[in-house]
Design a binder for this molecule. Structure first.
Ligand code: ADP
Ligand code: MG
Length: 486
């Protein structure tokens, strides 16, 4: 974090030194309002209020700053000057380390010949056509965020709607769907889509400012502002916080559910939301659940969220899992045989992050063992990943045991030949649930029950029909399915 106290003191010292060496009117014209944003042993960054001031200091008075730093700290620095003319902070970034920089006007950085401190250079990669793509939060990897694009997002039935809506938002920001809300369980590509929008949007439009943050970071930086004891400072921080979030063209907040139950954060977010919304700016939010299910989210926020478009992402079906596996392994340049692809796709069923992890791990194993990727290798190398989820056969066993309890039918009869009404019904119910909660094909389910796939098909149909007219049965089946999945 920035040490504001230290910066204040440095600012005062430098200004006092300049004051000593320059005539009074020049000082009050050009330096009175100057702030020091950062100082390292290589560079000092300062901000002044107007563009005129900036240009003038740049062309005529820069040496006073260089001189002051030399006098006071015995450092030979380069000077970067930013103007905050329009009162908006265009880009802000706080380095994780002590040598922090708050950049107030990103365009300055691109001015040819201006000095870009090394630790800031990668920032330039984020700027296309004068765009700013602000990232809040230290743990966000800038390179990763650039890698997340629509191009490398694999589309299937479970995420098609979300994908489509995201591409529309990137093309018609604040016109089509505003606010735009994506929800779904962890690891299914919400953050990927969020970044894709930002990347696409900054490529399409010039001079736009994008701010990405997440619910946690938003809350923390607000808390930091509120925690300041000194009144004046506190107001400054708060103002700074507000300007930052209200001065962008597109605000993306990932995992907004984090603000659940945090009253002052919700209050602040509400105002941010309104300010951006009425100014015609795009707001995009993600969450692990729909707005209605975020407990203690104020009604007025819920209804704001619901006034736009809400889409969900579902866990990937087998087809999409295979497609993703294929795509990811190709991207990584590794050859994964089909049987291994199927093994992975069948066994890692709910989370794409895990699918990715499995391929990476497999790749590392095969490299270390100096061997090709085989089914054997796959089985042993992803054992720990599998234990996190659950192999399909465990799920199947659970269904069998739950059904046997619920319908008072011995478990082995479910797979047996008996065709009494009770047993056949319980068997059909088990088949129906397995089909519902796993991606096993009809022939595979058939194998488990020693029946052909046509029998499985009609079993599923008969239960499906029954659940439509029999609510208690429907509830019971839902309940069992839920338990078997957990
Ligand atoms: P979430 O934010 O929903 O928890 P992420 O966006 O972080 O999920 O996705 C987890 C990982 O899975 C990321 O590396 C992402 O690139 C990858 N991923 C998710 N969905 C897809 C997809 N449809 N195509 C390609 N990669 C995906
Ligand atoms: Mg995420």
């Amino acid at each position: 974090m920035v040490d504001y106290n230290a910066l204040n003191e440095i600012t005062q010292n430098i200004k006092a030194d300049i004051k000593k060496n320059i005539n009074a009117s020049a000082y009050s014209l050009w330096f009175e309002s100057m702030d020091v944003l950062k100082i390292t042993d290589l560079v000092i960054a300062v901000s002044v209020h107007t563009e005129v001031m900036r240009k003038n200091i740049e062309s005529k008075y820069k040496n006073y700053i260089i001189g002051a730093v030399k006098n006071l700290y015995d450092l030979n620095v380069q000077v970067i000057i930013y103007s905050t003319q329009d009162g908006k902070i265009q880009k802000e970034r706080i380095d994780a380390d002590e040598r922090s920089l708050i950049i107030r006007d990103i365009k300055e950085i691109e001015t040819p010949g201006s000095f870009i401190p090394a630790e800031n250079r990668e920032l330039g990669e984020f700027i296309t056509n004068n765009n700013t793509f602000g990232l809040d939060g230290a743990d966000i990897n800038r390179h990763t965020s650039l890698e997340y694009t629509f191009d490398n997002f694999v589309v299937g039935s479970s995420n098609r709607l979300a994908y489509k809506a995201c591409t529309v938002v990137a093309q018609y920001p604040a016109i089509k769907y505003n606010p735009f809300f994506i929800y779904g369980p962890s690891g299914l590509g919400k953050t990927h889509l969020l970044y894709s929008i930002a990347n696409e949007y900054t490529q399409r439009f010039k001079n736009v400012r994008v701010l990405y943050t997440n619910g946690e970071e938003f809350t923390n930086s607000l808390i930091n502002s509120l925690a300041e004891k000194e009144r004046h400072q506190k107001q400054q921080y708060l103002q700074y916080f507000r300007e930052k979030y209200r001065s962008c063209d597109m605000l993306l907040i990932d995992d907004i559910q984090f603000i659940e139950g945090k009253d002052s954060t919700q209050e602040e977010f509400f105002h941010t939301f309104n300010a951006l919304y009425t100014a015609g700016k795009q707001i995009i939010l993600t969450s692990d659940r729909p707005p209605r299910n975020i407990k203690t989210l104020e009604d007025r926020l819920t209804s704001r969220f619901e006034s736009g478009l809400i889409v969900d992402i579902q866990p990937p079906d087998l087809e999409l899992r295979i497609a993703i596996l294929k795509r990811k392994s190709e991207d990584m340049g590794i050859k994964v045989p089909n049987d291994v692809l199927f093994f992975l796709a069948e066994n890692i069923s709910s989370n794409i992050r895990q699918i990715e992890g499995a391929i990476k791990k497999l790749n590392a194993y095969s490299y270390l063992n100096n061997s090709g990727i085989t089914l054997e290798l796959a089985k042993s190398s992803i054992a720990d990943i599998l234990s996190g989820t659950e192999p399909i056969n465990v799920t199947v066993e659970k269904v069998m045991s739950l059904i046997s309890q619920a319908f008072s039918v011995p478990q082995d009869e479910l797979k047996g030949r008996k065709r009494t009404k009770e047993i056949a019904f319980a068997r059909n119910a088990a088949i129906y649930i397995i089909r519902k909660i796993t991606d096993l094909s009809l022939p595979k389910i058939g194998k488990i029950f020693g029946r052909d796939h046509a029998t499985i098909y009609s079993a599923i149909n008969s239960i499906e029909e029954e659940t439509k007219i029999n609510a208690p049965l429907n509830n019971q089946i839902e309940e069992i399915a839920k338990l078997a999945k957990s």
